[in-house]
Design a protein around this ligand. Structure first.
Ligand code: SPV
Ligand code: MG
Length: 290
């Protein structure tokens, strides 16, 4: 079964796929063990991993290599955040082929101009493409997939750019017409109202994806009540959790003058051995080292 089919099945079976951000094979493994339905190969997390801003500084090759390494270590379907598609529609043709081959189940492509500026930044510069130009990118993505079940998600940034609900609906309808399988509507409002209003007004046939980072009261229960959302992406909680844990541990080591306290608060090294499949290494040693 293809990765795209697996993700589609998950959405059908559960009604709402919970997709967790990951920035490395290790975080991908932890999300898989936790029980998520899919992984979000987040551009924001991957940029932050390099201590860089999420403003198109990371190359497609860097992101693709990480996605491939993630796909190698987990079974979960991966939704690839390909930002603006790394150029125009011609670049999208190449990108979609590469991401599908690397093991992605879906791509999300956003209607901003290149280079993009991260969406949640207060007062961030947000330039959108002409609708027709972005329709060309969506059509290019759909035409370039080999597996017809590979999912093409068009991300509408009209609300992020402050253009209002009518423009967001107009754009989303145009992206559906161009062939998008799903519409990701993004918002940086602090409450769910803006997205809830969009979803209630959305008359398209394709389902909606949301990333409720800015409006965390949008619980799974509230999402289900709206009826048209089939995927929720937890956009940056892996890297934020990692930063929280590292900041606390690093500060404690210096404060305590040693590792004698923190070593009881963090996982033992055996847990890392488990995540590294050390038992398989031992098995191979027994069998093959002569
Ligand atoms: C990402 O995680 O890279 C996203 C979501 O695109 S956001 O950062 O909210 O734009
Ligand atoms: Mg992103």
């Amino acid at each position: 079964m293809s990765k795209g089919t697996r993700l589609r099945d998950r959405m059908t079976e559960t009604g709402l796929a919970h997709v967790m951000a990951a920035h490395s094979p290790l975080s991908a493994r932890l999300a898989e063990e936790a029980g998520f339905d899919g992984l979000w190969a987040s551009g924001f997390e991957f940029s932050a991993l390099h201590a860089l801003a999420d403003v198109s500084l990371i190359s497609m090759t860097q992101h693709l290599d990480m996605l491939r390494a993630m796909a190698d270590r987990v079974e979960l379907p991966i939704v690839a955040d390909i930002d603006t598609g790394f150029g125009n529609a011609v670049n999208v043709v190449h990108a979609v082929r590469q991401y599908e081959r690397a093991g992605a189940a879906a791509v999300v492509i956003e209607d901003k101009s290149f280079p993009k500026v991260t969406s949640l930044l207060a007062g961030g510069r947000q330039d959108l493409l002409r609708i027709e130009e972005f329709q060309g990118k969506v059509a290019a993505a759909c035409a370039s997939r080999r597996d017809p079940e590979f999912i093409v998600i068009a991300r509408c940034e009209a609300l992020i750019a402050g253009l209002g609900q009518d423009e967001a609906l107009r754009r989303a309808a145009a992206y559906e017409e161009a062939g998008a399988d799903m519409i990701l509507i993004h918002s940086k409002e602090k409450t769910p109202d803006e997205v809830e209003s969009f979803v209630r007004a959305w008359k398209g046939k394709v389902p909606v994806v949301i990333v409720p980072t800015a409006y965390p009261e949008m619980t799974a229960e509230r999402i289900r009540a709206l009826g048209k959302i089939r995927m929720v992406i937890y956009g940056n909680h892996a890297i934020r959790a990692a930063v929280t844990a590292m900041q606390a541990t690093f500060a404690a080591i210096l404060k305590d003058g040693g590792i004698h306290n923190v070593h009881k608060q963090i996982v033992p090294v055996e847990e890392i051995f488990r995540l590294q499949d050390m038992d398989r290494v031992k098995e191979a040693e027994k069998r093959f080292l002569r």
